[in-house]
Design a protein around this ligand. Structure first.
Ligand code: GDP
Ligand code: MG
Length: 213
């Protein structure tokens, strides 16, 4: 859940990049890090084993400007996608404010995407969270692959509730910020119970979009 610091009025929103192993979660966070303003970003912390990349998880804090006078941060985490790390994935989901589900467009990975998504729903359920009430967006990643699963097939198999979805090529950074901006709008809107418009911007969403990239 959104954290409020005891002596301040800061807002911290925890966003989890979830998906099967090797779908592009770490590369997405690396792109966000590389394109964020220096002052806004913390370090990417990669808790990785020596043999496999990001076997545990990645963590990237991003500071936004004040919203309605309150310092606001996004804490981005990516889960380890490999099968044996379900406990780590569930732990990371605790107190999550929003999810970016990173699906792999490789034809052979459709089933892994589906399994990972249903594991996510099961894990949320075990934490007492109704998946339908969790803000979430999809990244359909690796759109550059020559034989990628068609987008309408990914939508049909994964996106049964018609959530926002973004075709991405994380290795080139394409679409990654679009997905982040959408989830940021959803979670910060919720957390801060923002007024419909902030001075100088026609809507809070527009203001947040301006903040994130
Ligand atoms: N072709 C292609 N490869 C990608 C893309 N995004 C990630 N990859 C590759 O997929 C592999 C796994 O990426 P990584 O971010 O470590 O996956 P994670 O397990 O989800 O964190 C790496 O070799 C990446 O270079 C993409 O958009 N297109
Ligand atoms: Mg990773």
């Amino acid at each position: 859940m959104t954290a409020y610091k005891p002596f301040g009025n800061e807002i911290e929103c925890k966003i989890i990049y979830y998906g099967p192993g090797l779908s592009g979660k770490t590369v997405s966070l690396e792109h966000i890090f590389s394109r964020s303003r220096r002052r806004a970003r913390g370090r990417v912390v990669q808790l990785a084993s020596q043999t496999k990349r990001a076997l545990y998880f990645d963590y990237l804090p991003l500071r936004l400007a004040r919203i309605s006078g309150r310092p606001t941060s996004l804490l981005l985490y990516s889960v380890p996608g490999q099968r044996p790390f379900e406990d780590t994935r569930r732990l990371l989901l605790k107190e999550a404010d929003g999810i970016v589900f990173v699906a792999d467009s490789h034809l052979n990975r459709l089933e892994s995407n589906f399994e990972s998504l249903h594991e996510l729903y099961k894990n949320l359920g075990r934490l007492g969270i109704d998946p339908q009430h969790m803000p979430m967006v999809f990244q359909y990643n690796k759109r550059d692959l020559p034989h990628a699963t068609p987008l309408n097939r990914l939508t049909a198999v994964l996106n049964e509730w018609g959530l926002p979805e973004f075709p991405t090529v994380a290795t080139r950074g394409e679409g990654v910020f679009d997905a982040l901006k959408e989830i940021a709008c959803q979670v910060v809107d919720r957390a801060a119970q923002l007024p419909p418009a902030i001075r100088g911007f026609s809507s809070t969403r527009r203001y947040l979009r301006h903040q994130v990239a």
